[in-house]
Structures are given as structure tokens and as C-alpha cells.
Design a binder for this molecule. Sequence first.
Ligand code: ZN
Length: 433
Amino acid sequence: MEWAAYFDERTETMPPAWTRRLEEELLAEQVARCYERAPFYRRKLGEAGVRPEHVLNVEDLRRIPFTTKQELRASQEAEPPLGDFACVDPVEVVRVHLTSGTTGKPLVLGYTAEDLRTSSRIGARAFWAAGARPDDTLLHCLSYSFYTGGLADHGALEETGATMVPVGLGQSRRVLELWDDLRPTAIFSTLTYPLYLAETAQEEGIDPRTLGLRKLIVAGEPGGQLAATRRRLEELWGATLSDTYGLSDVWGTLAAECDERDGLHFSGPDGVLVELVDPETGDPVEIEPGAGGELVFTHLAREATPVLRFRSRDLAEILGVECPCGRTGFRFRVAGRSDDMFRVRGVNVFPSSLEELLRERGLDRFAIVLDRFPVEPPVEILIEGVDGREEELTEVVKARLGFTCVVKSATLPRTEAKAKRLYRVYDGEERPT
Ligand SMILES: [Zn+2]
């Protein structure tokens, strides 16, 4: 069946000048509501000497200080559960999700019924770009516990009209048993999961390519848009792979790759305003092709727990503002989380770039073990199935990533969930083996 090219053509192909006008209109309302209802933001604007009625565009917005996760956490500790940045009466909240951050206590984020509709709308545009269609039977294989990846993304995928199968984690064998009954055509999961499911199928003597899965839609791990990983998974399944992006502090899914597979299209101009800033200085960086920086988010239509100038710690590169697909949402790739990045003698390293290099060589499981801080070479890298190629890999890592390592063969834990790559042993984390 032929489907429309867009989920929401008007918004997705809106000319930039209209988008700006829409953003400004919603921004003024959002800031006024935050000021009026949330002591947290009244303090923030007050300390900066900013009157809410003077915040009319992104330049005005930049006079408001950033909001960090630590501040939101402190606010919720002082006034549980939602903190004093919440803008609604608790009775209006119909759901809470937790943030899935790897560091510290999670945040509790509230949604009104309207917030859930906004989340589904923004997510549905992204998932449609990623290929979800009403004639898909889609296995949702992220954890349904707590996080937006579960129910919030489920709602957004369902909004596309796809037939959803709520699978969650821990059901791989069951899914394979039921495969002929369900006839799934698509899967939504972490980048790791399709690999795990393929291995499980192979153990049962099933070639994943015979299973008829056509679309892999992945989330939650920087590296999903990387070429080697994509090739490997597409070959394993005989399917196409699209990456998506979102964060539980803002909207569960707010960007995805279109058929061009040339970066993630931002899909939420009516729900969140995106700024790019220098991660070190916080100075604004224009969103234009080639620009890089940290993504900063300001809700434009969030009733329950809005954020203003929230520092995501996600480092992005802008790839373009136009696309042959006709979508006008800017395209970007996420290089990684600044929290995951480590520095070896002045070289910035993202585990995702090592992942890319290893997947090119058919190696999927690895762990980086950091024993001391500051990190000094050689960095210890444990790799499963590396036997005999340790020296070759040490050289490739040095040549391509610019740091010295020592490669050791190891058996690493198998997981359906997001794979853990970085072990900060100096910070009290346990070694993987
Ligand atoms: Zn496109």
C-alpha cells in the first residue's frame, strides 16, 4: 500500500520563517506560565533580572540561565515528587516517567493528558520518518518500566497507526515462538537488541533473514547512525535500520532519520525549542550545517514539568537544514553524551567511535575499563572473540582514534538492554569480569 510521505505534512514541511513565528508564540506563553506557576523559574528569571513578558524570541531566551539536571534534582528532593518547577496541580498529572540517566537519582517527570498527546504527536512524526506505517506489526522491545522508552514511545508509535505488540525485555525466546502467529514486520528497540535477538534465533537454528522483518527502528544509543553498525544489523536481518533520538527529560522521541539516512530530523517545532551551545563556555552556536555543540532544550508546550534551557549533555553535529525528503526540521547526528566521553592526554574519546571500529571487524562486545583519573594510556579494552587480533586492534585504535590501548580477550555479559561500554573503576564501578 502507498502511504503519505509525512505523518503531519504541514508541520514537517513548514518554512523556517513560519517555524520561527510558531516557536516565538509558544515560547512567550510557556515562559509566562512557568513564571506564574513555578517558584523555581520565578527565582531563575528574577536572579537574571528578566521579566517574562520580555522573552519573545530565542535571543531573549538566552538571558535566562541554563537549567541543569542537578538543579531539577535538588528541586525534587526539597519538594517531592515533582519539585517546584512543576506548573500544574498534582491532580492534573495522569502519568509520571523517570529519567534513565546513568548517573545519580532519576528525575520524576509529570505528564498531563495534553502532555501525552503532545508527546505522541512529536514522536509519531519521527517514527513515520523512520518508516513506521499503519500496515506494520511492530514489536516494541524496550523496557516498559519507568522510562519514556516504554509507554511514551509506545503511544507515539501507536499514533502512526502501526499495530503495536508490547513486548518489553526478557521475552526473546517467546517472541521467536510466537513469530508465525504475530508476523511482525518491524521492531523498535535499542541498537543492541536486534543483535541479541538474531543470535537467539541462530541458536534455535533459525536464519533471521527468513523471518520477514523489514524495518529496524532503534533508539537510545549514540552510534545508531554509524555506518558499520547499520550495515551489520541490516545484513543480519535483511532489513533497513533507522535511528531515532529523544530524551526522557524533554520528549521521549523528538527526531529520527528519514529514507535519506543522513542525520536525525528534528520533529518537534511545536513542542520544544532547540539551542546549540559550546559545551565548555555555554556560548550560543548557530544551528547551521557543520556546527557542533551541546543540545539545549526549552519546552514550548509542556504543562506539567517544563524545562527552560535544559542542558542535555548530548553533543550534536548539525548536518543540514534542507533535505530531499522535503522535511524542514534540521538534521543532526549525536556524537555522544559528554558524560560518556573521556579524555586520554587531550584526545576526546566516545565509546561509540570504538564501537563503530569494532563492528566493522565483526566484533560486538567490548568494554573500556578506566582504572585511574585522569585517564592515562594504555587504556584497557576488553573484547569478546578478539583472540589473536589483539595487536592489530591496538594499532587500529591508535591510528583511527588517537590513543594507546591494551586489548585483552574476555567473556562479557550478554544483555538485551542497552550495552554498557564504559566502566569507571576509578569512580567505584565494578569491572565487567
Ligand atoms: Zn529527510
